[in-house]
Design a protein around this ligand. Structure first.
Ligand code: ZN
Length: 86
């Protein structure tokens, strides 16, 4: 599943930018809902570049766990909407 609106070059730049910050131990989870005990992203742990709910703006890095859960919520929402129109 690939969304055409994602600019992959921009994504790579974002990833490189935040990777440097996280490696220094200065990265914090940008997800509105953080599932971890603290927002600090420990260097070497899995993380993602997060988007706002529209998927058009990068909001910063996030723990892998928080990012995956946010994406699942979005998928569930879409499912509910499509079943309603049916
Ligand atoms: Zn988090």
């Amino acid at each position: 599943m690939t969304a055409a609106k994602y600019n992959t070059r921009e994504h790579k730049n974002q990833r490189r930018h935040w990777a440097r910050i996280i490696a220094k131990g200065e990265g914090y989870c940008a997800e509105p809902i953080c599932l971890m005990e603290e927002r600090w992203i420990e260097p070497g742990t899995p993380w993602h570049v997060c988007h706002d709910p529209t998927g058009t703006h990068y909001i910063g890095p996030g723990h892998q766990r928080c990012n995956v859960s946010e994406r699942n919520n979005r998928i569930n929402e879409r499912k509910t909407k499509s079943s309603r129109s049916w």
